[in-house]
Design a binder for this molecule. Structure first.
Ligand code: ZN
Length: 601
């Protein structure tokens, strides 16, 4: 093999989770934390020079990198060797250190808030602090929302049995639910929620899908009252907290977290609403191919028979070369980086037992390098995953020399580089298809993703927005939740489906995540932000790679509106930017319809 498909963990900490070097690192981090704590507690902005403040920031950097390096290593090890029980012991040690750091970061925030505005402004004029001013201002203004230390402590304690508990309760109920399924012989089996969902959306037999959908809706209806309570309390709790933290409405917190304005969010959704036609045509075409008048909710992602599709298979070497070659059509820096990562065993892709499923990219901050975890089986979708994760790694790579405070980007831009890389490879894969049938099936996969972004996630947003507004006035009944959900789905799917899923608000776990509110729109934002950048690239390819890199470098230290204005000269509070990205997908929809018309003539 030209490229080795396993990563090398020995060069990080030799000896796995029992590594002496790893224990030495953790001990070192512990000592650093103790020193940092002493320094921070003694720090007084009025009597000490700005250099002390810089030393504090420097200590944060060192501790963050050390903990990140150790934490990443243990997670990587555990994912690759799931039966190593010692991994959990070390993970526990690392968690302890993280929680100490978390407590100190609260102290740090409080100290920033105490500094008077004029003094603060002077401090930020320091040449080293200037470049950190976005991040520092952000921490300070978030800090200003906090209640007293006592109150915040109490909230953190109560969260465990409040917000987090509601989210846990949801998971528990879902884990004991079953969905019955009766096969052609009349045997009934009870499927788990995950099994039922996979089969309901992916089974080629429309009767299987429709039986499962009926039983699916019935099961969520049976447990509906529990979920209605759970959702009302989870978001009721959140609304109370948001009010106490001076947020003006339910959207301010997620928008602030994603460093964007409501105008931008509205422009994005208007562009989506005003450009649905090509995707409604795609759904119509899909119904036609499935021999149906209209698709049911359960048919939207159903496999379409497109004649004899022999999907192209790749060896790992072929996939790596394909990715590098097509990245180089975009720019040499991206291509060279991918080549370097693949040649230096940054990727764990071997198909073997005892490996966790899924894929991700993670960073080793002390090395300034990334590592990728996935299982490569030879399909074009695995090649696309490889490109996606290399995109993430490239994003970290171009930011590696920046201070940690400037490398923290929000969820909505986290998928910019990955989606961009996937777009390059996706287009190349479609162009490379050997038959019409294969091409149509690749386009279908791309369009299923697009309809998820423009319709399914749009419905989630419309529902959640409407729900929060009503919840602010009181408890929302289960019946009303169903109504809001169906209204949202009809609007998002342009009334094109034969059936809807009233209890989707309880079957979709994203509504029950306690970490951050509105877990849905950042996906559509990320997808379209990246496509919008791609559309700009197509307009003027010359020298675009450097512009792109400069944009990625600023993703952790700017509001998204400023980011797009500075690097692309576009105003993302206007629909045009978003519509240009959608147009790229609309072309795919038109091509899919044309191709499939030829195939099924
Ligand atoms: Zn990703």
């Amino acid at each position: 093999m030209k490229y080795i498909d396993t990563w090398d963990l020995e060069t990080i900490f030799p000896g796995g989770t029992k590594s002496e070097e790893l224990q030495a690192k953790l001990k070192d981090v512990q000592n650093q934390i103790t020193a940092y704590q002493a320094l921070l507690n003694d720090w007084d902005y009025s009597s000490q020079s700005v250099d002390t403040f810089k030393t504090i920031l420097n200590k944060q950097e060192v501790i963050g990198k050390g903990l990140g390096q150790a934490g990443t290593f243990v997670n990587m090890w555990h994912d690759a060797y799931m039966n190593d029980e010692h991994a959990n012991v070390v993970k526990g040690q690392i968690m302890e250190l993280y929680s100490e750091v978390q407590k100190l970061s609260n102290t740090f925030t409080k100290k920033l808030v105490e500094i008077p505005d004029t003094k603060w402004t002077t401090m930020l004029e320091d040449s080293d602090l200037k470049e950190l001013s976005f991040a520092l201002n952000e921490i300070r203004s978030e800090g200003k929302r906090l209640l007293s230390e006592e109150e915040e402590k109490l909230i953190a304690e109560l969260n465990k049995d409040g917000l987090a508990a509601w989210s846990n309760l949801y998971d528990t109920v879902v884990s004991i639910m079953t969905i019955p399924f009766t096969d052609k012989e009349g045997n009934t089996t009870e499927l788990s929620v995950g099994q039922a969902m996979n089969r309901m959306y992916a089974d080629p037999d429309p009767e299987v899908r429709s039986q499962l959908f009926e039983n699916w809706e019935a099961a969520w209806t049976k447990y509906g009252p529990i979920f209605a309570d759970t959702l009302n309390h989870l978001d009721g709790y959140r609304i109370t907290l948001q009010k106490k933290h001076q947020y003006k409405d339910h959207l301010e917190e997620p928008l602030e977290y994603n460093r964007m304005t409501e105008d931008t969010l509205n422009a994005m959704w208007s562009a989506v609403s005003n450009n649905k036609k090509p995707f409604l045509d795609f759904l119509d075409q899909k119904a036609k191919l499935l021999g149906m008048e209209k698709l049911g909710w359960q048919d939207v992602d159903a496999p379409v028979a497109l004649g004899e599709v022999k999907p192209t298979q790749f060896t790992y070497d072929e996939a790596c070369d394909f990715v590098i070659e097509n990245f180089s059509s975009f720019g040499p820096k991206l291509a060279d980086f991918a080549k370097h990562a693949l040649e230096n065993r940054w990727v764990e892709a071997e198909d073997r037992p005892n490996k966790r499923p899924g894929g991700y990219c993670t960073s080793l901050p002390e090395f300034g390098e990334s590592r990728i975890f996935m299982t490569f089986t030879g399909s074009s979708s695995d090649t696309s995953t490889l490109a996606h994760e290399l995109g993430h790694a490239f994003h970290s790579h171009v930011m590696k020399d920046l201070p940690t405070l400037n490398r923290r980007y929000a969820m909505n831009v986290a998928e910019t580089a990955s989606t961009f890389a996937e777009t390059i490879i996706g287009n190349a894969t479609v162009a490379n298809a050997k038959t019409k049938e294969e091409k149509a099936s690749l386009l279908n996969a791309k369009l299923e993703n697009a309809t998820a972004m423009f319709m399914n996630i749009h419905a989630r947003f419309l529902f959640e927005d409407a729900f929060y507004k009503e919840r602010a006035k009181g408890i929302v009944s289960e019946k009303r939740l169903n109504e809001l959900m169906v209204e949202a789905q009809k609007e998002a799917y342009g009334d094109s489906l034969a059936s809807y899923h009233p209890h989707f608000w309880c079957s979709k776990l994203h509504f029950f995540i306690d970490g951050i509110p509105f877990y849905n729109f950042p996906y559509t934002f990320g997808f379209l932000f990246s496509l919008g950048i791609y559309a700009e690239y197509l307009k003027d390819k010359d020298g675009f790679e450097d512009k792109y890199i400069a944009l990625l470098r600023d993703t952790g230290s700017m509001k998204v509106e400023d980011l797009a204005q500075k690097h692309l000269g576009v105003d993302i509070t206007k629909e045009d930017f978003w519509a240009a990205g959608i147009q790229l997908m609309a072309k795919d929809a038109a091509e899919f319809i044309e191709l499939t018309n030829e195939i099924v003539k």
